[in-house]
Design a protein around this ligand. Sequence first.
Ligand code: FAD
Length: 470
Amino acid sequence: MSPDDSEETELLVIGAGPGGYPAAIRAAQRGVDVTLVEKDAYGGTCLNHGCIPSKALISTSRMADEVATAEEMGIDASVSTDIERMIQWKDGVVGQLTGGVQKLCRMNGVDLVDGRAVFVDTNEVEIYEESSEAATRLHFDDAIIATGSRPMELPGFSFSDEQIMSSRQALAVSEVPDRLLVVGAGYIGMELSTVFARLGSDVTVVEMLDSSLPGYEKDITTVVQRRAEDLGIDFHFGESAQEWTETDDGIQVETQTEDESVQEYTVDRVLVSIGREPVTETLGIGALDVEIDDRGFIETGRRGQTSVDNVYAVGDVSGEPMLAHAATKEGIIAAETIAGEAYDIGDWIVPAAVFTDPEIATVGMTEAEAEEIGFEPIVGQMPFNASGRAMTLGDTDGFVRLVATNDGSLLGAQIVGPEASELVAELTFAIKNRHSLEDIARTIHVHPTLSEAVMEAAEQALGQAIHIPN
Ligand code: FAD
């Protein structure tokens, strides 16, 4: 029972990002009384400051670049871009989607509360609304924490300084900087470097490690980095940003190389994209005895359960993979578990995509990972320069690679090339459902499509490719 002055709910979901709002909707669909509390904007990072706005600007900048560089296809056009109108268009897309989230929640009977939820104990939160100092109390049976993550700051590079941007600020600029320094060549840094280079910025990327897109195989990152260099992006590896000062000509950023020599870059703005950290301090997490790892992420089991029985955590706040689609599935599984459905989750197969030029998409194991755990994998690879569809698109860099056990069970796939993020869906389905190379090779794919490259990679692994050597 709750104290007299407290409202009650069966399930409290904290945070309305792609982890929280689907969890709330699914639990409501299963007949649970649900309250969803959001302190900022419905849709979370993904819809407001992440996936959607970045992909919107990637699309507009790509379109401008493609039109401007299509002489070979017989198109002569001079293109000019207007960043204010691009941002307005992007905001329109975001607005439609975030408004949709609220409607969907209401339609499914989820109670929405605008405010910040702070734990009092394992069955009660205080909710602080922005406009009011006073808090209301809400008693709950179960809770799902879906409070997400935020960009990490680099010491000395505060996001409160106008010249220093996080990805959030970079996605809302009112003008394109002439000279941009990007610190960090992970997926966010690489995606946004491409956007700004296409819009005319002179982009320099400094990365502490010795290559871009750490975690991806070298032959994949090489394809992306070559295209980025063709756009004029200048890469400096093994360098870490140290400090910056204002000068008469923009700002000067000092970096240090591995051998401790100092480099200087004069730029107009800096984008710091060095990683993301969990959001837990908004929550009063200390009031719960929840286990947290050494980087501050909440430790969870396969169904999102934390070390406190009635408290679950999903999405970025529970660590890798910090991806919207993983957050959504985690949220749905936690909600269904709370609603009493203890079905077998099966294999946890999470595809990932990077929306660079060209795109990267991966799922399951690489060849090296398969070898490491004792398989003797067979590998098939189809380059896009042998794909009729890729040629008609004028986009032939990259390849599809499939990794399978020596009896043909699919273990993993790596794609770099046009529409990689779409192509990976077939392979994710195949791996999740334990399909084989043979299943893919024998499936008829539409001609001419990029998906034929997936089929041909399977055929190549089996020594049966028609259009490339086996
Ligand atoms: P979030 O989306 O961060 O949502 C958490 C919500 O909780 C927020 O709305 C926050 O206001 C709210 N909240 C926090 N504390 C409280 C509190 N105490 N009370 C009430 N509410 C609270 N992922 C992909 O899969 N594909 C992509 O292409 C992609 N691109 C990205 C591009 C960028 C630039 C960035 C930054 C991220 C990108 N991501 C992408 C990652 C993706 O955005 C995250 O993985 C996803 O948003 C995580 O969802 P979440 O629900 O865990 O958290």
